[in-house]
Write a protein that binds this ligand. Sequence first.
Ligand code: FAD
Length: 502
Amino acid sequence: MTDPIRKVLIVGGGSAGWMAAAYLSRALSETVAIELVESEAVGTVGVGEATIPPIREFNRMAGIDEVEFVRATDATFKVGIEFENWGVPGDRYLHAFGHVGQELDAMVRLHHWWLLGKQAGRQEYPQWQELFLGRAAADLDRFAIDQRPGSELSRLLPHAYHFDSLSYGQYLRKVAESRGVKRTEGKVVAIHRASETGEVTGVGLDGGATLEADFFIDCSGFRSLVLGEAMEVPFDDWSHWLPADRALVVQTENVGDTISPMTRAIAHSVGWQWRIPLRSRTGNGHVFSSAFSSEEEATERLLATVSGDLRGDPRLIRFRTGRRQEAWAGNVVGIGLAAGFLEPLESTSIHLVQASLERLVELFPTKAIDPVLRDRFNAQTQQEWEQVRDFVIAHYAVTQRDDSEFWRHCRTMELPDTLSTILELWRSHGSVAIDGGHLFQLGSWTSLLLGQNLEPARPHPATARAQPQPIADRIAHIASSLRKSAEGLPDHGQFLARMAGT
Ligand code: FAD
């Protein structure tokens, strides 16, 4: 009954597969043999360049050195995502990763005081985003890291990365192979299952070989070869909330000498476009919905907005938004695109890979799988995906745009109850009251909601004890101190060049 798992087979070698190999080889390698099968002929999706700060913890746990990693993956640093044209065309706000510069009160959060201060009607009252150091750092292209644990800079300016996804996969492959992970080149053409239990026993390769294992991790991408096709786990389609189903991607040459430390997410009349700065090039992609736009129109929108010479023609990627109802079925766990897809508006897919791996190590089974482990894994995964989904939907739902069918659909569509509750709380009381395990905490929600012009009816009742004018002065002081702090930081490009030795 308690026989340990002796061998894990990872099917697929995109970012998800090699992240799994690097991570599990660190966590389990003494006891479990790990093999990864991938097919060069099938290839990887080849996108996925923007991340969020928890990836640093993943890299640390996987035993990855930051300097080596930055060098190997053409990486730049990222302090947040700038959203342009989301509330109304012409708007721009940063979803910064860090905490607000300073709380004014130990219990009533700063956005309430910011709302109260606004009532003073002061000229040049700071926008909410100016109370985050990331805003000024991104405006000035500044960046630095303070490695001391708990330092003020790492609290106010935590960072993630932009990187080349293929290089990231290759880098992780090297790490994993150096720890004994075996890589097999081959195309999987059959999945073998035990007739009594339904569990997967092995995969058959083109050419006749069979790879056997006790436990399987499906990282085969959108096809979901093992979890979706063989185990027949149904797909929950979320396209009625997130109608985008295509992306056109193209790389461009960098323009100018500066490197911005942020992702840009620029809304269009249909969908939106990312701009991701790497050291040697820029990644661009236009996410759109085929129900509201032709591919030709999308190409025109993309090419009208990219800057820098194109590296090749735009490439079309089709996708379906949603997730497999169970990420773990039988002795198979799906990770990455094989488990589901949410558009990259908040750069969350690679994070969801990481979270699944952490959870899998925590709940790692023996050969006879205790269903309690699987049920817990599935419940937590579902909650996490739905929370991220709601945050992404909120960008579309909280808009004043009325300039296209697409935006009229988004602003009037029915929302998941979980999101409606958050928005109602916010509108009436300026609270979102989300639970502590939510990937997006108060700073993220206030950035989105205030950045897209949804102000609550009134600030917290406890602010009634204060006068707006002195509060407005203190708020303005926080913003100007942050600006000064950012001016004291090094230039992001120079910081990178020093670190990467280029
Ligand atoms: P893939 O990269 O598709 O890898 C699948 C692997 O399975 C490949 O190695 C393939 O060869 C193998 N395979 C498939 N079939 C077979 C077979 N029959 N036999 C053998 N091997 C097989 N995420 C972010 O975090 N940030 C972003 O900015 C971001 N942007 C994105 C933009 C777009 C347009 C898309 C579509 C995704 C984006 N993502 C982003 C998601 C991110 O790209 C993926 O989550 C991540 O790359 C993991 O992909 P994967 O490894 O699951 O799949």
